[in-house]
Design a protein around this ligand. Structure first.
Ligand code: BG6
Length: 486
C-alpha cells in the first residue's frame, strides 16, 4: 500500500493530544515502512511553537516517546522530521490563513487538511480555507465528535458541505481502521460457510461489547458533556453493528460498502420512549478496584461536575427491521472502568431443533462464534464434541484462529491505515454523511428521553461489568453476557 502520488498533509491542532499520540506516530510508521511518497510533506499548524525549529523540538519531545515504544529507527526518524514544516497560525484569525496559503502553494500533490481540533472550529477553518482558495485539489478530514446531536452534526455537515464536496470529506471513525474490523468483512464475504447461517433462522442473538479498563483520563471536561452514548455508541458501536448485519455488497468500492451499512442503520427499530427502561441501561462508575489498584469514582475525576448525571456505561437491546434480522436481539454494550479491556462480537447460533444426543446438546456455550477485535485478535468457533469415554456426553470445545500466529508481520495501526487511505483517496473506511445522520437519528430519542427523565445513571463499582440491570436485560431474553457464562 504505497501512496501513488505526492501530498501535502496539513495538520490543524498540530500540537494537540491526538497529533502527539496518534497522527504523527502513524505518519512516522508509514514513512518508516516506505509507504509515503518521497516528496510528501507534513505541515503542522498550531499557535504554541514560534517557528519550525520550535515545532520540531516539540515533536521530538512529545511524539518521539510514543514512536519509541515500538523501537525507534533513528535514521527513519531523522528523515521523517525532514518532511515536517510548520505554520504558526491563530485559528481565530481568518486573515492568518494567507500564511498557510503561501506556505503550501509551492508544495506538491493533493492537499489533505486534517482537523484534529475541537468541532467548534471545523466550520470556521473550512471558511477560512475557502477564503484563501485552499478548498480545491484537497481533502478534509474531520475527527469525532462531529456534533453533539443530529442538529449540530447537520449544521457542521451543511457548512462543510458548502465548501467541500462529499467526496472530499473524510469523517474518521478509527474503529473502521482496525485490522480486525477489516477482517470481519473478509470473514463474512470471503467464506461461503457463514453466509447461509448469518440470519434470523440460525442466529438467536448477537452481542457487541467494547469494554475499557481506562477511566476518562484527562478528558473529564469533554466527557462529562458527552457521555458513553455519544462517545462510543453513536459511532463505533453502530458502525460495528452495521458491518456485522449488512448485506453482502456487490463490490468493496466505497459507496457499495457504505450503501449497505446505511441500509442497516436506517432499518434500526426506533426506540419507543415508553420502552426505554427495558431496552437501555445507563450506568456510572463509582470507586472500585481494577486488577488490584483502587480507582476513584467518576464524579470525582478532574473536570467532572460533582453532581454529574453523565453515563459512563451503556447497554442496549437493538433490533433490525428487515428480513434477515427481524426478531433477533442485538445487545450492545460499552463502558469505562469495566473489569477488562475487550472488544468482541459474539454470534449465538440457535441450538439444534431436536437433540437425539440428550439434553447437553441443547446447552448454551456451543454453536457460537466469538470474534475478538482487541486485545489479541482471534476468531473462535464453539462446537459440541463428545467427551472421551463411555456414553455420549457432550462438552463445549472450540476451533481457534489466532491472527498473530498466521500473520506474524504487516499489522497496521488504525490511524496509519486511515491516513494512507486519505492520502490515496480511498473513502470506504470513512463515514458518509447519510450514515452519520442515520446514526444520530436513531440515537437521539434515547438521549432526549434520558435528558427529560434527568435521573442519575445506575451505579456500578469500577472493575465490574456494569450495573446489574445490564445482566437483567439479557436475562429477560433467556441469555447472558458471554463472561457471565464462564
Ligand atoms: C474514542 C473515545 O473514540 O475511542 C474514547 O472517545 C475511547 O473515550 C476510545 O477511549 C477507545 O478506542 P480504542 O481504540 O482504545 O478501543
Amino acid at each position: 500500500m504505497f501512496t501513488d502520488s505526492s501530498f501535502t498533509f496539513v495538520l490543524f491542532g498540530g500540537t494537540g493530544d491526538l497529533s502527539m499520540r496518534k497522527i504523527l506516530p502513524a505518519l512516522y510508521e508509514a514513512h518508516r515502512a516506505g509507504m509515503l511518497a518521497e516528496g510528501g510533506k507534513i505541515v503542522g499548524v498550531a499557535r504554541h511553537a514560534e517557528d519550525r525549529a520550535g515545532y520540531i523540538e516539540w515533536v521530538n519531545a512529545h511524539v518521539k516517546p510514543y514512536v519509541s515504544k515500538n523501537g525507534l529507527d533513528e535514521t527513519a526518524w531523522a528523515s521523517f522530521l525532514e518532511r515536517i514544516q510548520y505554520v504558526k497560525l491563530d485559528l481565530g484569525k481568518p486573515e492568518d490563513f494567507a500564511l498557510l496559503r503561501d506556505a503550501v502553494s509551492e508544495l506538491p500533490g493533493i492537499r489533505v487538511f486534517y482537523l484534529a481540533t475541537g468541532p467548534s472550529l471545523f466550520v470556521p477553518i473550512c471558511h477560512a480555507l475557502a477564503a484563501v482558495g485552499l478548498n480545491t485539489n484537497s481533502r478534509i478530514v474531520l475527527e469525532k465528535p462531529l456534533g453533539y446531536d443530529l442538529k449540530s452534526s447537520n449544521a457542521i455537515n451543511d457548512a462543510v458541505g458548502e465548501i467541500f464536496a462529499e467526496e472530499q470529506i473524510y469523517r474518521i471513525d478509527h474503529y473502521l481502521g482496525k485490522e480486525p474490523v477489516q477482517n470481519l468483512l473478509a470473514l463474512r464475504f470471503g467464506n461461503a460457510l457463514f453466509e447461509p447461517l448469518w440470519r434470523r433462522e440460525w442466529v438467536e442473538s448477537i452481542q457487541i461489547t467494547i469494554a475499557e479498563e481506562l477511566g476518562v483520563e484527562a478528558r473529564g471536561d469533554f466527557y462529562d458533556n458527552t457521555g458513553a452514548l455519544r462517545d462510543m455508541v453513536q459511532n463505533h458501536l453502530l458502525q460495528l453493528l452495521s458491518i456485522v448485519a449488512m448485506e453482502p455488497p456487490h463490490s468493496m468500492d466505497s459507496d457499495s460498502v457504505r450503501d449497505e451499512k446505511l441500509r442497516v442503520l436506517r432499518a434500526l427499530k426506533p426506540i419507543d420512549p415508553r420502552d426505554i427502561g427495558k431496552v437501555a441501561v445507563r450506568g456510572q462508575y463509582h470507586a472500585g478496584g481494577i486488577r488490584g489498584t483502587s480507582v476513584p469514582a467518576y464524579a470525582t475525576e478532574p473536570g467532572v461536575k460533582a453532581n454529574t448525571n453523565t453515563e459512563t456505561f451503556v447497554a442496549l437491546k437493538v433490533e433490525i427491521e428487515n428480513w434477515r434480522w427481524a426478531g433477533v436481539p442485538f445487545f450492545l454494550r460499552t463502558g469505562k472502568r469495566l473489569a477488562d479491556r475487550v472488544a468482541e462480537i459474539v454470534v449465538n447460533f440457535r441450538a439444534v431443533p431436536h437433540s437425539a444426543l440428550g439434553p447437553t446438546a441443547l446447552r448454551p456455550g456451543a454453536n457460537r462464534l466469538v470474534i475478538r477485535l482487541q486485545p489479541n485478535e482471534t476468531i473462535r468457533l464453539y462446537c459440541l464434541a463428545k467427551q472421551p469415554g463411555e456414553g455420549m456426553n457432550l462438552a463445549s470445545v472450540h476451533l481457534d484462529l489466532a491472527f498473530d500466529q498466521f500473520f506474524r508481520e504487516g499489522q497496521m495501526e488504525a490511524y496509519q491505515r486511515l491516513l494512507l487511505d486519505v492520502i490515496n483517496g480511498r473513502l470506504a473506511l470513512f463515514v458518509r454523511r447519510d450514515e452519520q445522520e442515520a446514526a444520530w437519528r436513531w440515537v437521539e430519542p434515547i438521549l432526549n428521553e434520558w435528558a427529560a427523565a434527568n435521573k442519575p445513571p445506575k451505579p456500578y463499582a469500577a472493575g465490574t461489568w456494569g450495573p446489574a440491570a445490564s445482566s437483567a436485560m439479557l436475562a429477560q431474553h433467556g441469555t447472558c453476557w458471554l463472561e457471565e457464562e464462564n
